[in-house]
Write a protein that binds this ligand. Structure first.
Ligand code: PG9
Length: 610
């Protein structure tokens, strides 16, 4: 029978295993369960559930620990859940430790969202690195027949916590796997992207985590598109939900720029050496923490003199590798990609570093190339050998070309009206994790539901007469002007399927890479500035990594728009110091112009297989 395991109310990556999962193993071990309270250096006690193969306390070889620290609750963990959620590792035999972090569920102390790392002067200077160290000290001393080694893994918030185990690491930590780790919630993960506020996500998640000690799913009474439009700005919506005083909501309201508060939380700045082998895992269509995996890998890779940093990027949404994942929305990858990853990479990785076993043969990067649906291995990400840097230019009349414009002028222009913002997914849009929500698959939705709108611009190549493989980082480099004094820019790289593609995929417009940039931050993320109306300005930002083949017969399309609502709050398009409290009168329709000339060549930077 299948097992459904939910981590608190945050079902974003909770495991749903059913009869199609195909991961049950005949040789599953029975696990015994112990509950402990572990004292930290400041006297606060943290709660953990320990699962180990029955009888392994007193006989058999000493076993390593495999730990997950989480804000989502640990009580549901049992012999059944460990065998279904980590079948390959459970069959091998580990001491699994599930720990409630400070202030959550049954642990004592004060919860702090994405608790920043502090200087460790006194025993009261605690953070997630010290709690991890103290937990490990306790486990090594108090849990019998352990082999003195610890692995730490987790997805999303627990992925952030897995990275914390690799900073100022306890000497017993021998391997970590941060998976979709939240890394910088202002720059590119859960709460802001390049300064654009993720209004629905911040609204729901902060209530779920900060209103009470145990998570509670936020449900919507109406289409959240209508709700957020009605309340004008985040301050209005937060007031309605009685959440304005929650610590992270207060930070949204008072510190919308990249202030010290957000910079102190950012993890990548702490990754100045490789302390332990690390397996970073992420998905091409991760709706929450796409940025973190790639940013952590990039930061660690610079210091990877011993080749101990690994990267897996697959065709997944947030945590999708924990399922079978042959399908995502309408997409069929032709094989159980989640099972493939866990069997061939994740389990052998921990077996190598925690049990000295062979079988881990990844040199650096394992990447699932979408479009042709096959795994590729690279010596480094992004790979250089075999690829050429190219520019894909946005040209007058909606063209997209590998040749730079020789004269040209305006490539496109549209009126963006904050009274009628572009929905980021099909309406009705339910609360993030609420009943009926399509949150988990929005990044693979067919973009035809918006691409005919007049308040955006699209650019397309002719039908391709050969396959085009794009591998590596994609950047948008837009030369644009607004009649207003602030503007958002969203750029989406889209694979347009032919009209005769099979079934649902006929004419499908699949986003391959996409990202938003809030115009006011063009010169500085710390100190926003008004844009000068009518002035052509260069906006450049990352759309993140891809590994995708646009097949012969398809078209490559780029779409530019100025709202993505209500995932992102509306830009009033009139500069106000704080968008969170922007008055209704500041929201004005403005004309956005994208240039495609020799002088102002708007383009995408891509890397194409030779
Ligand atoms: N994406 C979730 C999260 C992590 C860290 C901060 C805020 C949100 C999660 O799924 O855990």
């Amino acid at each position: 029978t299948g097992v459904t395991m939910m981590y608190g109310a945050n079902a974003s990556w909770s495991l749903q295993r059913s009869s199609d999962v195909g991961v049950r193993l005949n040789h599953a071990l029975a696990y015994s369960r112990t509950v402990v309270m572990m004292p930290m250096r400041d006297g606060v006690k943290l709660h953990a559930v320990i699962l180990r193969p029955v009888g392994s306390e007193t006989s058999g070889p000493p076993l390593p620990f495999l730990m997950e620290r989480t804000p989502y609750g640990t009580d549901d963990n049992s012999s059944d859940t460990v065998n279904s959620s980590k079948p390959e590792l459970a069959a091998s035999g580990y001491i699994f430790v599930y720990c409630d972090i400070r202030g959550r569920y049954e642990s004592e102390g004060q919860f702090v969202m994405n608790r920043p790392i502090v200087a460790h002067g006194t025993k009261n200077d605690v953070d997630e690195t010290t709690d991890t160290r103290d937990t490990i000290d306790w486990l090594l001393k108090n849990v019998p027949n352990n082999n003195g080694r610890v692995g730490v893994m987790g997805v999303s918030y627990p992925g952030f916590l897995a990275m914390m185990a690799g900073i100022d690491a306890h000497p017993a930590v021998k391997a970590i796997s941060p998976q979709a780790p939240m890394t910088d919630v202002w720059m590119g993960d859960d709460f802001f992207h390049n300064g654009a506020f993720r209004e629905t996500y911040g609204f729901d998640y902060v209530q779920e985590l900060e209103k009470q000690k145990t998570a509670k799913t936020v449900e919507s009474k109406e289409d959240t598109y209508d709700f957020f439009l009605k309340h004008v700005n985040f301050a209005g919506a937060a007031k309605e939900a009685h959440m304005s005083k929650l610590p992270t909501a207060k930070a949204f309201l008072t510190q919308p720029a990249y202030t010290k508060f957000w910079r102190d939380m950012a993890v990548q700045t702490h990754l100045t050496k490789v302390e332990v082998p690390a397996l970073e895992v992420g998905g091409w269509w991760d709706q929450e923490d796409m940025w973190g995996t790639q940013a952590e890998y990039a930061a660690l890779e610079r210091h990877d003199t011993k080749h101990e940093v690994f990267l897996v990027l697959g065709p997944w949404n947030h945590g999708g590798w924990e399922w079978t994942t042959r399908h995502l929305g309408a997409l069929d990858f032709g094989a159980s990609t989640g099972d493939q990853y866990r069997k061939t990479v994740e389990a052998p990785f921990f077996e190598k570093y925690l049990k000295d076993r062979g079988g881990f043969d990844l040199k650096d990067t394992d990447s699932f190339r979408t479009g042709v649906n096959k795994w590729e291995r690279y010596d480094v990400w992004p790979p250089k050998v075999g690829f050429t840097a190219e520019k894909l230019y946005l040209t007058e009349g909606g063209g997209l070309s590998f040749s730079a414009p020789v004269d040209g002028g305006v490539a496109a222009s549209y009126v963006s009206d904050p009274a009628n913002p572009i929905p980021y997914r099909h309406r009705p849009i339910q609360a993030t994790y609420g009943n009926g929500s399509k949150w988990r698959t929005w990044l693979v939705e067919d973009q035809r539901f918006v691409s005919g709108r007049k308040d955006l611009a699209n650019f397309s190549t002719p039908v391709l007469d050969h396959d085009v493989t794009v591998t590596g980082d994609v950047a948008a480099d837009l030369f644009a002007a607004t009649t207003g004094s602030d503007a958002d820019w969203v750029v989406k790289l889209i694979d347009v399927y032919p009209d005769d593609a099979a079934g649902e995929m006929a004419g499908y417009q699949l986003m391959i890479a996409d990202e938003i940039f809030r115009g006011r931050y063009v010169s500085s993320f710390e100190k926003p500035q008004a844009l000068v109306p009518g002035k052509v300005t260069e906006f450049k930002w990352s759309l993140h990594g891809v590994d995708h083949t646009f097949l012969k017969g398809h078209r490559i399309m780029v779409e530019v728009q100025s709202s993505w609502f209500p995932l992102y709050d509306r830009n009033p398009q009139t500069y106000v110091p704080n968008i969170m409290t922007a008055p209704k009168k500041a929201y004005k329709a403005e004309t956005e112009t994208i240039y495609g000339s020799e002088k102002y060549p708007s383009h995408l930077e891509i890397s194409v297989a030779q």
